[in-house]
Ligand binder design. Sequence first.
Ligand SMILES: Nc1ncnc2c1ncn2[C@@H]1O[C@H](COP(=O)(O)OP(=O)(O)O)[C@@H](O)[C@H]1O
Ligand SMILES: [Mg+2]
Length: 335
Amino acid sequence: MPATPAVQASGLTKRYGDLTALDGLDLTVPEGSVLGLLGPNGAGKTTAVSILTTLLQPDEGSATIAGADLATEPQLVRERIGLSGQYAAVDEVLTGFENLDMIGRLYRLGKQRSRDRARELLERFDLVDAGDRPVKTYSGGMRRRLDLAGALVAEPPVLFLDEPTTGLDPRSRIELWGVIRELVGRGATLLLTTQYLEEADQLADEILVIDHGRELARGTSDELKTQLGGERIEVTVDSPESIDAARAVLAGVAVGDVEVNVATRTLLAPIAGGVGSLSAALREFESRTIAVSDIGLRRPTLDDVFLTLTGSVPEPADSTPDPDQPTTEPEEVLS
Ligand SMILES: Nc1ncnc2c1ncn2[C@@H]1O[C@H](COP(=O)(O)OP(=O)(O)O)[C@@H](O)[C@H]1O
Ligand SMILES: [Mg+2]
């Protein structure tokens, strides 16, 4: 018998007046795996996380989390989860150590255990030196690490991370990915939301793409790319006069419509024959003396998947400053 999933939710719906923030969302996170909930701003990610962590009541739908029923056993759910998010739960005035110690007390770990746990986590998240400084002196990356550490104090079996790296600079993002991978390596079950394709690609076992509160697609990163329809030949011709001839050549090997971008003199043809189709096309270009400045085989990227599904590609991961976070990273620049 397969193990009960760590998170199983069905039909989650949340309305704000006329706006349906979540529209019958189903999701499952098997134990020990990472689900990446991927969607643009306003897709409903935080709403889903807030419902699953008991912070928000759904209008419809049900869920079990780590064996506890969301509607009838919310207290049990709270004891079995950790939450780390954009709304960082850390106290600015307290030191890193004090924050973690306080969380331990709130979870009734006892004085000694709370202190030990705070020290362990500061060590693990590379915050030992900063542990005695108030959080207001921390960089964005350090705050996120502390916030994540806070979610782990009570060693919950299921973790929810809401956009854990939004607004971080690329280096802090990669550091945090390392920390998250280590958690997963230790067997944590994770539901992670992100607007970054690369983050979902890097960390998630399965990706659920949502927009307007609804599922658009789900699968592994590879499955999503395959669903989108395999390989394509991309050709750029030297001169605008060659576009029609090039289109005719590509039509001979394509399995669907050839797309043409006149401005860039680029043509895109869906194919099924891999390298064979590519060399056949190349031979034709040569024999018809069509000058080609670039030709290659292209597999869809997750960006293509996202673009096809949502009609827009999110900002590159390092270009979205987070207004809640300091833009400078004092500690990390100095060290
Ligand atoms: N408290 C609220 N009142 C009204 N609308 C809300 C509220 N919270 C979220 N929304 C709306 O619900 C939709 C989903 O929001 P959210 O779950 O925060 O998206 P995401 O986290 O994916 O950016 C958005 O259109 C947002 O504006
Ligand atoms: Mg959000």
